[in-house]
Write a protein that binds this ligand. Structure first.
Ligand code: ADP
Ligand code: MG
Length: 616
C-alpha cells in the first residue's frame, strides 16, 4: 500500500484560500478601498471594466509603499497593521489579516504602482499567479494604484460562477457605498466602462447620505447622537414618512466597519414602533463607536457579522437613543436640519472618530450611565418634551383657568390701547376649534392645526400603554352592573383578553354562556356607555386585525381609537387646552398610533410666501 496524503503545491493552496477571500469583483473592491483608507488617502478613485471582471483598479493619494513593502505586500500574512496577538484587540484599521493582496495576486493579474512622499521614484510591479513578472522604477504621484485584471483568469471554474455584469455591478456598488458612507471626509469616485457613476465630494455625513441615497432624503433626516464613556452612537435616521417599502437604505457601522446585524436592526425598528406605516423600512445610517476590546472583529473578512461582548446593553442603548432622537424631532416636526448648521458641523456628524477619541471612550461602563439624567435612555416625557414644546409658544400666552375662557386682568396696558384691545389679543391666542374637527393653536412662529381625534387617540394610546406596563387604569364603578351577551367568537375573544381588559380599567366577569357582567369601565369613558364601549372596542379590534401586532398592542390601539374624541364634537377652550397639553406631553406626539399626523404646523414665513409677500 502506498501512502495517499500529499501536500498541495503552494500555488494551488493559495488559489483555494484566495477564492474564499475574493469570491467576486466586489470583494476586491472592498479590500482595495479599505487599504486606501488605511493608507490615509483623502482621494480615492475606483475604476472598473465589465463590472470588475476585467478590471478593478483603485488609485489613492495615501502613504504609498517603499520598494521592499511593495514586494512584500503580496505575501500571505504580510501586514503592517498588527505585530502582536494583543494588537488584535486594539484594531483601528479596516484590514489586519494581511491576506487580501495575496489573495488577489493568486487569482488575477495585478499591476501595482506606488510611491511614498519621501521617495523620488516609485515602484512598479506586475504579478500573476502569485509570481512577480516584472518590477521596475516608475514615475508616479504620491500614493498607490492597484489594478486587478482578469479575475479568475487562472481558475476558469470560479470565473464561470460569476454572475451577469448587472448582478456583479450591484455587489460592487454596494461595497463602494458602504466604504464611502463610512468616510464622508474622503473623496470617492466610481467610474465604470468610462462613465463616472459616482463623484462624492468631501463633506458632512449628511451630505454624503444625500449624495448617495438621493436628494429626497434631504429634509427627512433626523440627527442621532449619544455619547457615553462606554460607547457612542451617531448618525442619522429617516423620518417615518420617508420610509420605503423596500429594505435597503439601512446601514450599521461599528468602528467604521459596515456590519449586518438583524439584532441591532430590530432595536432600531422597535424604536420606531407604531410610527411607521406597516411594511415599510426607515432609512438609518448609524455609527457605533466602542472600544475595540468590546468587539470581536476577528471573523472572516467576507463576513459582515461581528460579535459584541454585551449585545443586550447595545440593543437597549440603540433603541433608547433612536427613540430619543425621534421624539425630539416630533416636537418640532418642521424644523429642518438644514437650518441648523451647528448640527451638521458637529465633528461627530461630519467626521468619524479620531483614534484619540476612540481611546478616550474606553473604560467605564454603560450600566453606570444608563440611569443618569442627560442620557438618551432616560426619556422623561414630562420633562424634556413639555419643556421644548412650551418654548414654541409665547411666554405670555394666557392659560385659561376656568371652564370658559377667562382673561386675566392685564398687568400693563400700552398707552392708547383699551382694556378691550388687550382682551381681544389674549383671546386670539386661545385655541380655537375649526369645523368641530381641528384645533387651531398659536405658536410663536405661526400656528398648529391639530386633528382632535388623532391627537386624543395618541394621548389615550400612551395612557393605556402605561396602564399595561406600569400602573393599571382606574375603574369607574357602574351604578347598575350590566350584562353583556356576545356572539360566541366575540365571547372567546373577550375571555382571552380578560386580564388585559381588567388592567385597562374594565371590571368585567364571565357570567356563563357567552355572557359577561360589566361592573365598571375605565375612568375616562363616558358614564353609561359600558356596553357600547365594549362592543365598539370589539369592532375596532376585529377590523384593525393586523397580524404583525401582538394582541395587547392591537387591544390598546383599538381602545384608543374607540374612545378618542370623535370628529364633530364641540370642545370648550379648556378642553382644547388640556388636549394640547396632554398631546405634547406624549412621547410621540406628532403621529397617531397608526401613523397619521396628529397636527400640522403652519409657519408665518411660509404663509407669507403663499401670499407672495416680499416678492415685490
Ligand atoms: P491588511 O490590509 O490586512 O494588512 P492587505 O493584504 O490588504 O492586508 O495589505 C497588506 C499590506 O500592504 C498592508 O498592511 C499595507 O501595509 C500595504 N498596503 C496595501 N494597500 C496599500 C495602499 N493602498 N497604500 C499603502 N499601503 C498599502
Ligand atoms: Mg487590507
Amino acid at each position: 500500500m502506498t501512502d495517499i496524503i500529499h501536500l498541495l503545491p503552494d500555488n494551488i493552496a493559495n488559489q483555494i484560500a484566495a477564492g474564499e477571500v475574493i469570491q467576486r469583483p466586489a470583494a476586491a473592491v472592498k479590500e482595495l478601498l479599505e487599504n486606501a483608507v488605511d493608507a490615509g488617502a483623502t482621494e480615492i478613485q475606483l475604476i472598473l471594466k465589465d463590472a470588475g471582471k476585467e478590471l478593478v483598479q483603485v488609485i489613492d493619494n495615501g502613504s504609498g509603499m517603499s520598494e521592499t513593502d511593495a514586494r512584500l505586500c503580496f505575501e500571505r500574512h504580510a501586514t503592517s497593521k498588527i505585530q502582536h496577538i494583543d494588537d488584535l484587540f486594539r484594531i483601528c484599521t479596516m484590514g489586519f489579516r494581511g491576506e487580501a493582496l495575496a489573495s488577489i495576486a493568486a487569482v488575477a493579474q495585478v499591476e501595482l504602482k506606488t510611491r511614498r512622499a519621501e521617495d523620488h521614484v516609485g515602484t512598479y510591479i506586475e504579478i500573476e499567479n502569485s509570481t512577480v513578472r516584472k518590477q521596475e522604477p516608475v514615475q508616479w504621484l504620491q500614493g498607490t494604484s492597484i489594478a486587478m485584471k482578469n479575475l479568475f483568469f487562472n481558475v476558469p471554474a470560479r470565473r464561470n460562477f460569476l454572475k451577469s455584469n448587472a448582478a456583479e455591478m450591484r455587489h460592487v456598488v454596494d461595497e463602494f457605498i458602504r466604504v464611502a458612507m463610512a468616510f464622508p471626509q474622503l473623496q470617492f469616485t466610481l467610474t465604470h466602462n468610462g462613465t463616472q457613476l459616482f463623484y462624492l465630494e468631501k463633506g458632512s455625513l449628511k451630505q454624503r447620505i444625500v449624495n448617495i441615497l438621493g436628494q429626497h432624503y434631504n429634509s427627512k433626516l433626523v440627527a442621532v447622537k449619544e455619547m457615553t464613556d462606554y460607547m457612542n452612537v451617531y448618525g442619522f435616521v429617516g423620518k417615518p414618512d420617508a420610509a420605503k417599502k423596500t429594505r435597503g437604505d439601512q446601514f450599521f457601522f461599528v468602528n467604521n466597519r459596515f456590519i449586518r446585524s438583524p439584532y441591532l436592526n430590530h432595536a432600531v425598528m422597535s424604536a420606531y414602533a407604531e410610527m411607521l406605516p406597516g411594511d415599510s423600512f426607515p432609512l438609518y445610517v448609524l455609527f457605533i463607536e466602542l472600544s475595540p476590546e468590546h468587539v470581536d472583529i476577528n471573523v472572516h473578512p467576507t463576513k459582515q457579522e461581528i460579535k459584541f461582548d454585551d449585545e443586550k446593553v447595545l440593543y437597549a442603548f440603540i433603541q433608547a437613543t433612536i427613540k430619543h432622537s425621534l421624539a425630539q424631532f416630533n416636537i418640532t416636526p418642521t424644523l429642518d436640519f438644514d437650518l441648523d448648521p451647528s448640527i451638521q458641523q458637529l465633528t461627530s456628524v461630519s467626521q468619524p472618530f479620531t483614534k484619540q477619541q476612540q481611546e478616550d471612550s474606553t473604560g467605564g461602563s454603560l450600566y453606570k450611565t444608563f440611569t443618569q439624567a442627560h442620557q438618551a435612555h432616560r426619556i422623561d416625557q414630562n420633562d424634556s418634551n413639555l419643556r421644548h414644546w412650551k418654548d414654541l409658544y409665547e411666554p405670555s400666552a394666557p392659560r385659561p383657568a376656568g371652564g370658559e375662557f377667562v382673561s386675566p386682568p392685564p398687568a400693563y396696558i400700552p398707552s392708547g390701547a383699551s382694556v378691550i384691545d388687550a382682551h381681544w389679543q389674549d383671546q386670539q391666542k386661545a385655541p380655537m376649534q375649526v369645523h368641530q374637527q381641528y384645533i387651531l393653536s398659536h405658536i410663536k412662529s405661526g400656528f398648529f392645526l391639530i386633528d382632535q381625534h388623532a391627537a386624543h387617540e395618541r394621548i389615550l394610546y400612551e395612557r393605556y400603554q402605561r396602564a399595561l406596563h406600569e400602573k393599571p387604569m382606574a375603574t369607574q364603578q357602574s351604578l347598575f352592573p350590566q350584562t353583556l351577551s356576545l356572539a360566541p367568537a366575540d365571547a372567546a375573544l373577550v375571555s382571552a383578553m380578560l386580564p388585559d381588559l381588567q388592567t385597562l380599567g374594565y371590571d368585567l366577569e364571565p357570567f356563563g354562556q357567552n355572557t359577561f357582567v360589566v361592573r365598571g369601565t375605565p375612568a375616562d369613558i363616558q358614564f353609561g356607555n359600558e356596553q357600547a364601549s365594549i362592543e365598539g372596542l370589539l369592532e375596532q379590534f376585529k377590523h384593525s386585525a393586523d397580524l404583525k401586532l401582538d394582541r395587547r398592542e392591537q387591544l390598546v390601539r383599538s381602545m384608543a381609537r374607540n374612545n378618542a374624541i370623535p370628529i364633530g364634537k364641540g370642545l370648550s377652550v379648556r378642553e382644547m387646552q388640556n388636549l394640547i397639553d396632554e398631546l405634547f406631553a406624549c412621547a410621540t406626539p406628532n403621529v397617531s398610533p397608526s401613523g397619521r399626523a396628529t397636527f400640522v404646523s403652519f409657519k408665518l414665513n411660509e404663509l407669507d410666501k403663499m401670499f407672495e409677500k416680499g416678492a415685490q
